[in-house]
Ligand binder design. Structure first.
Ligand code: PLP
Length: 394
């Protein structure tokens, strides 16, 4: 009998990937399922980025690179941070990683000791608590109230902080809620972090996907002190539709980045060389495809949100960014005779053939997450199916 390490005893597979797998299985059986579970853009990677990767392969650039990433790519990441955030980072303050997810994983490994606490706002991205626990840390949750657009307040942050608090995670625009922290809100949270010496982990992976005139602000932009207190996490997965290439990065304090790079040298060696060459093109060349994808997402959001809130028992704040809708469906679950939202999610999959992610995976069991990273036709059909299902059970 195999005895696994205690470390993985409470590890659960990602809810998002689990629902996607179940929907794929049904599709393979010939069932016409519409999947709204995916966390990735449905667009192809822009052609010039693919071309750059192919060119690098043909030029024989298929060997190990420095563990923290190609110097030429770090230069492009630094140029991007200057262009978009107005911030200056040295090469030694940047590490290129195997996706933003691995930047976060490596970060928690190098900053957390057993029992150190990380404050995680609810609703949270599914991987944060697991990554913190794998590093020996303890997640401490704060409830981002729906009335406050699912965002946490400085008072809540202060109340949750203890002498074991090491870091707080700010994810703006947020997965799953799509909400964005304003400059003023970030200033107020930043003040508490500086006062109490709390490191800010700023996950900005959805930076480019903002709608309705809302803009993304990085907390690191607000003052030199906040820049020093913040580790920015970002990457090209969502902005350039490059989820499978696995390129992300962290930028911040050079001691932390150096430790992360040492850890990478013993774990990943380096992010895939050709994916790094592709990312150089992604940042160095035209950003027009990024904007075109943003516009397509915004068009879908407007249409689908309008249809969604017409469903009985469903309420949904309009998201400001990312590509998810996060409606409260507790009343819809009750109308449909389900004991809870998890059961409704099951029924939607098996009886209405629509795959959505239950909010319980994000710490918010009254909600579901719908991704609109799929064609408008399919989105409209999916929302119709959900509506018909709930109305038929009324
Ligand atoms: N952070 C958030 C909030 C995400 O939603 C995701 C992807 O789903 C990531 C990080 C990870 O991005 P990557 O694919 O670059 O690892």
């Amino acid at each position: 009998e195999i005895k696994l390490a205690k470390r993985v005893g409470t590890l659960t597979p990602s809810t998002t990937l689990a629902i996607t797998a179940k929907a794929k299985e049904m599709k393979a059986q010939g069932i016409d399922v519409i999947g709204l579970g995916a966390g990735e853009p449905d667009f192809n990677t822009p052609q010039h980025i693919i071309d750059a990767a192919v060119k690098s392969m043909e030029a024989g650039l298929t060997k190990y690179t420095p563990s923290g990433g190609l110097p030429a790519l770090k230069k492009e990441v630094a140029a991007k941070l200057k262009r978009d955030q107005g911030l200056d980072y040295d090469a030694k303050e940047i590490i290129v990683t195997n996706g933003a997810k691995h930047a976060l994983y490596t970060l928690f490994q190098v900053i957390l000791d057993e029992g150190d606490e990380v404050i995680i706002p609810i609703p949270y991205w599914v991987s944060y608590p697991e990554q913190v626990k794998l590093a020996g840390g303890t997640p401490v949750y704060i409830n981002g109230a729906e009335a406050n657009d699912f965002k946490i307040t400085p008072e809540q942050l202060r109340e949750a902080a203890t002498n074991r608090t090491k870091a707080v995670i700010i994810n703006s625009p947020s997965n799953p809620t799509g909400m964005i922290y304003s400059k003023e809100e970030l200033e107020a949270l930043g003040k508490v972090c500086l006062e109490l010496g709390i490191l800010i982990v700023s996950d900005e992976i959805y930076e480019k996907l903002v709608y309705g005139g809302h803009t993304h602000v990085s907390i690191a932009e607000l003052s030199p002190e906040l820049k020093e207190q913040t580790i920015i996490i970002n990457g090209v997965s969502k902005s350039h539709s490059m989820t499978g290439w696995r390129i992300g990065y962290a930028a911040g304090n050079s001691e932390i980045i150096s430790a992360m790079t040492d850890l990478a040298s013993h774990s990943t060696s380096n992010p895939t060389s050709n994916a790094q060459y592709a990312t150089i093109a992604a940042y160095a060349e035209s950003q027009e495809p990024v904007e075109a994808m943003r516009q397509a997402f915004e068009e879908r959001l407007d249409i689908v949100h309008r249809k969604l809130v017409e469903i009985p028992g469903v309420s949904c704040i309009k998201p400001q960014g990312a590509f998810y809708l996060f409606p409260n469906v507790s009343e819809a679950a009750a109308i449909s005779g389900c004991k809870d939202v998890d059961e409704l999610v099951d029924k939607l999959l098996t009886e209405a053939n629509v795959a959505v992610v239950p909010g319980s995976g994000f710490g918010a069991p009254d909600y579901i997450r719908l991704s609109y990273a799929t064609s408008l036709d399919l989105l409209e059909a999916a929302v119709d199916r959900i509506k018909n299902y709930i109305e038929s059970k009324r």
